[in-house]
Design a protein around this ligand. Structure first.
Ligand code: GMT
Length: 377
């Protein structure tokens, strides 16, 4: 290690792949000897047990009675500045441009140029928020004022440039999984809770937002189940869930579909699946496809966003145009019916996750970026 750094990390601590990646990154950097200060409104859900070099600073929102909307963003910016001064932080690494990079910019104005800021773009901040003309200037400011900006796929870099007319360099830093956590787990007894010996398991994990096209998941499954005895396991919760439950009942599939709700031990859950379904409309990366890949489970999905950078079409999964559930089902059936192709895909998944997206590789890239912005080359 060139120098032990003191890093503040801000993310959405309660949900989503961005929170998972930010928290795992903090944990691994702490293991490597850096001092990590999470500055968030609640304890990040993947933080787990007490660990050396990790500190947590809670952002408390001031709800003084004149405020119609308590100003979380201002409380966060003040907390960032306060922690940076008190702990002598080298830099703030924030996940999401809005509001976190704007807050980091304000904190830096309060602390002084000695404090550097690194922003990681995860997708929704660009693909959804930057469509809103009233927010464009704010997001552009957040990006331009960061000392370094990273994005989780080439597709997201391109979209950021196109939508916001950004010219500064953006580092490509793919998401990663911790290889000590994500590997094929022994799960025969868990599997037998859901399926018989000759049945297959298709799985979908998401926050059930419209962009995930969970309705397509059900259509693909229905077509597959006509040819192959199989079950669909749906993991997660979100706004589309009631609609999906209704669809499943109206298609008479309720005995073949299981709702598992939110699950913490994702590596175990994924390990019981034969196929992961990810037919999203927008997906800057698709962390769940990587988690599946690391557990040896191929993904059948769409060509949306950064998914093709992660899932190699025809090697670690199959991709189709968004909404083409016929093609997705056809691919899933071919893969499930051909044992030798399936085991080739499984090996390719394990190899690709270990060599391209493992924690050692990607966390070292983040460290290089930190040292660069601090002028320690
Ligand atoms: O996909 C979501 O709705 C959640 C969102 C998040 O905040 O975690 O996901 C975004 O960031 C993930 C981590 O980098 C990516 O894997 C997801 O692809 C990205 N989601 C979208 O682009 C829609």
């Amino acid at each position: 290690m060139e120098r032990r750094l003191k890093i503040g990390i801000t993310c959405y601590p309660t949900l989503g792949g961005s929170g998972v990646v930010a928290t795992e990154l903090g944990k691994i950097l702490a293991e490597k000897g850096h001092e990590i200060h999470f500055i968030t409104h609640s304890v990040p859900f993947r933080l787990g047990k007490f660990q050396k070099n990790i500190f947590y600073h809670e952002v408390e929102v001031n709800d003084y009675y004149v405020f119609r909307y308590p100003p979380y963003d201002l409380s966060l910016a003040s907390k960032m500045a306060q922690v940076a001064k008190m702990q002598n932080l080298d830099l703030l690494h924030v996940h999401y441009a809005v509001p976190h990079a704007i807050c980091a910019y304000l904190a830096k104005e309060m602390v002084g140029e000695g404090l550097k800021t690194v922003t990681t773009l995860h997708g929704t901040d660009i693909t959804v928020l930057a469509q809103d003309e009233s927010l464009k200037d704010l997001i552009r400011l957040a990006i331009n004022k960061s000392d370094a900006v990273t994005a989780v796929s080439n597709d997201l870099i391109q979209e950021t440039r196109d939508l916001l007319d950004i010219h500064k360099p953006i580092d490509l830093t793919y998401n990663f999984v911790d290889k000590r956590v994500y590997y094929p787990r022994e799960c025969s007894s868990l599997r037998s809770d859901f399926v018989g010996k000759d049945e297959k398991i298709l799985m979908h994990i998401s926050n059930f937002r419209p962009v995930k096209r969970v309705s397509d998941v059900v259509d693909v499954f229905a077509k597959v189940a006509e040819h192959i005895p199989s079950r669909l396991l749906l993991v997660g919760e979100g706004p589309e869930l009631p609609k999906i439950q209704h669809k499943i009942r109206s298609m008479g599939l309720e005995n073949k579909v299981h709702f598992l709700g939110k699950q913490d031990d994702v590596a175990h859950v994924i390990s019981i699946a034969d196929i992961m379904l990810l037919p999203s409309e927008k997906e800057s990366f698709g962390l769940v496809a990587l988690e599946a890949m690391a557990c040896g489970v191929p993904t059948i999905g769409s060509f949306a966003g950064g998914i093709p950078e992660l899932v190699t079409h025809g090697e670690t999964g199959f991709l189709s145009p968004i909404g083409d559930t016929e093609d997705m089902a056809h691919n899933a059936i071919s893969l499930l019916q051909d044992e030798s192709m399936y085991s080739r895909f499984r090996e390719a998944c394990l190899h690709r996750a270990r060599t391209q997206f493992c924690n050692d590789l990607i966390t070292a890239e983040y460290e290089r970026i930190y040292y660069r912005v601090l002028g320690i080359e």
